[in-house]
Design a protein around this ligand. Structure first.
Ligand SMILES: Cc1ncc(C[n+]2csc(CCOP(=O)(O)OP(=O)(O)O)c2C)c(N)n1
Ligand code: SF4
Length: 284
């Protein structure tokens, strides 16, 4: 049986009180609830404080370029569909540098789980405005306020018909773990945008600020109704609904529709070195 201690207990470089800590705990808890052993999971991340999260966890990890986790994760899932593939990213890494990959993944629907630590700033590079910072957000780099309007990833994902779209909050760890479990179990692309206080560089969206606003969706909420889901996703102000906002199960994952995989997964196929050499030489 998998236990939390299987995933290790590492020293981190995060600031004391950072919202990344409870997210890390929730991820470990979710892996245990899904009975996923460390060698059956691949974490893929880019660059940033959030992207360091897989460094603090005993599992397979690929840490690559800023914003480029999704294509790597998609490739890994295609090659070995037996792996649970989880992307961990910051809002800058996913929606800024990686924005186009985010859109492409929703359209393709690979069976990967995307967890975004959304602290509404660029944390690692000391607090510049990110795509989810509200317009007018004042930072050291934007002393007159951010000139760009805020990006709502949850609403966009619902609008584009992503299979599983949720909003979690780092300050509700047990609830967040439950959402991550559902996201991992969903067959297809799943997004969990996690509201994460950055205690060093975001003095607006604090634990107290979220505590006052976050409301768990009621038990009778219907995540299959797209119109209601879109309205729920767009509610972000005095009230912020938390939970699984949208879900659809009518679209098979990308890997299951790829003609090249009709004869089974790539991993485990016998390697024809001669044919490979031929392909290689044809490019010389
Ligand atoms: C292509 C590229 N552009 C910019 C950077 C510099 N950079 C490193 S981390 C980072 C921001 C990280 O912010 P976010 O993804 O929101 O994660 P956080 O640190 O807040 O968790 C930036 C801009 C980089 N490494 N590579
Ligand atoms: S700068 Fe912000 S996001 Fe980075 S570790 Fe510190 S509190 Fe966390």
């Amino acid at each position: 049986m998998v236990t939390v201690s299987d995933f290790g207990n590492y020293e981190t470089a995060w600031c004391p009180g950072c919202g990344n800590f409870p997210i890390l705990d929730a991820v470990k808890q979710a892996l245990v609830l899904c009975d996923l052993a460390p060698n059956s999971v691949l974490f893929v991340s880019g660059i940033g404080q959030a992207a360091k999260a897989p460094h603090y966890l005993n599992a397979n990890v690929f840490n690559g370029l800023h914003g480029r986790a999704i294509p790597v994760a998609t490739g890994a899932k295609i090659v070995n569909p037996n792996l649970a593939v989880i992307v961990e990213s910051g809002d800058g890494c996913m929606y800024g540098e990686g924005g186009n990959h985010f859109l492409a993944a929703i359209r393709r629907n690979p069976d990967i789980t995307v967890l975004v630590h959304d602290n509404r700033v660029y944390g690692l590079t000391k607090g510049q405005a990110s795509p989810t910072s509200p317009e007018g957000f004042v930072t050291k780099a934007q002393p007159h306020g951010s000139l760009s309007s805020s990006f709502n990833p949850v609403a966009l994902a619902v609008l584009m018909g992503a299979g599983f779209v949720a909003r979690g909050y780092a300050g509700m760890k047990e609830h967040l773990a439950g959402i991550i479990v559902e996201a991992i179990r969903h067959k297809g692309f799943s997004l969990v945008d996690i509201l994460q206080p950055c205690v060093s560089f975001n003095k607006v969206n604090t634990y107290a600020w979220y505590q006052e606003r976050c409301r768990v969706l009621p038990g009778d909420y219907d995540p299959t109704n797209k119109d209601i889901a879109l309205r729920t996703a767009m509610t972000f102000g005095d009230e912020i609904p938390i939970g699984v906002i949208f879900r659809r199960t009518d679209r098979p994952p990308f890997e299951e529709r790829l003609p090249a995989l009709a004869s089974g997964p790539i991993v485990g196929r016998p390697l024809d070195r001669e044919a490979l050499q031929g392909v290689y030489e044809s490019y010389l």
